[in-house]
Design a protein around this ligand. Structure first.
Ligand code: NDP
Length: 287
């Protein structure tokens, strides 16, 4: 993994260098953020609020969403509303987009970020869990995209899909989660191609994240995965920047994620070995 630092810097996209005024670019823009009651989604909402965007946030827990909305208004959001429900239900996924249409009549950015609860352990062979997680983590993303497309086409807007290294490389103990993320990459990468061929002016940004210090992730991997996490606040900002700049992919943190992804097809056994080295099997056996 010891590529020279200068080479790494040279191939890293210099997004921040070309990002003139993030606050200006997103000021007054109408944005849906899913999974915004906690973690990265919550931080995305706060950044957008500081930039003066109109926000519609969603998750299941109403009390938590109310707090995030109040905080967004305090931080300077042009407006902030929420709608609560479960993305297990595709009617709810459609209702979120409908709500945006009722509120604004238009949409500039759709940030798809929510995930259903899973486990961090050996695959448990429960097909119902696989189906449920595919619904929440994948099908609801597709459903919302279909519903939002007419508005996004009108505004020349953006779709931002929050994914993971586990959507690019097989990681142990996240078998089902990983399957849902790979599905997102297949769907949205293919769709991006068709958008180009059809001159559809809607950008698609896939965000490939390493371990981030959200409460749920830290709890899940505690004592079992030894790689250090990156901060959720900075991660959220990189996701917004990538979407605003209409980048095809965002890697965060870049050094930890891009290099693994590049080497994945050149040295797959080596990359698999390096990944397994980050797992603490002793702690796993205590479950
Ligand atoms: P969190 O667990 O902190 O947040 C998940 C969000 O989804 C919450 O707002 C939660 O709210 C909501 N949610 C959960 N279940 C449902 C449901 N059935 N219907 C609707 N909303 C639901 O996750 P993170 O912030 O850690 O992760 C955010 C994104 O980043 C995900 O896409 C994840 O895959 C990705 N990522 C995260 C990494 C990390 O280390 N944190 C690493 C790589 C990628 P509520 O429970 O109230 O519904």
């Amino acid at each position: 993994m010891a590529l020279p630092r200068k080479l790494l810097q040279a191939i890293k996209p210099q997004a921040s260098r070309f990002f003139p005024q993030p606050a200006e670019m997103l000021k007054g823009k109408r944005v849906i953020v899913t999974g915004a009651s906690t973690g990265i989604g919550e931080q995305i909402a706060y950044h957008l609020a500081r930039m003066g965007s109109h926000l519609l946030i969603t998750a299941r827990t109403e009390a938590q969403l109310q707090q995030v909305v109040a905080q967004c208004l305090e931080l300077g959001a042009a407006s902030a509303r929420y709608i609560n429900g479960s993305m297990e239900d595709m009617k709810f996924a459609q209702a979120v987009v409908k709500k945006a249409e009722e509120l604004w009549g238009s949409l500039d950015m759709l940030i798809l970020n929510h995930i259903g609860k899973s486990y961090f352990n050996y695959f448990d062979w429960d097909i119902r869990h696989v189906q449920k997680l595919m619904d929440i983590n994948f099908l609801s993303y597709v459903t919302m995209t279909i519903s939002a497309l007419p508005m996004l086409k009108n505004s020349g807007g953006s779709i931002v899909v929050v994914s993971s290294m586990a959507g690019k490389i097989g990681f142990p103990f996240t078998v089902t989660y990983s399957a849902t993320k790979f599905a997102l990459h297949g769907f949205f990468s293919s769709l991006r191609q068709e958008f180009v061929m059809q001159n559809t002016n809607v950008s698609i940004t896939l965000c490939i994240l390493g371990l981030i210090n959200t409460e749920s992730a830290m709890k899940a991997v505690s004592g079992r995965f030894t790689s250090p996490p990156a901060p959720k606040e900075e991660c959220a900002l990189e996701i917004i920047k990538g979407g605003a700049l209409r980048q095809r992919e965002v890697y965060y943190r870049y050094m930890d994620t891009k290099i693994f992804t590049v080497l994945r097809d050149w040295a797959p056994e080596f990359i698999d070995y390096l990944i397994r080295k980050n797992y603490n099997m002793d702690n796993l056996k205590q479950d």
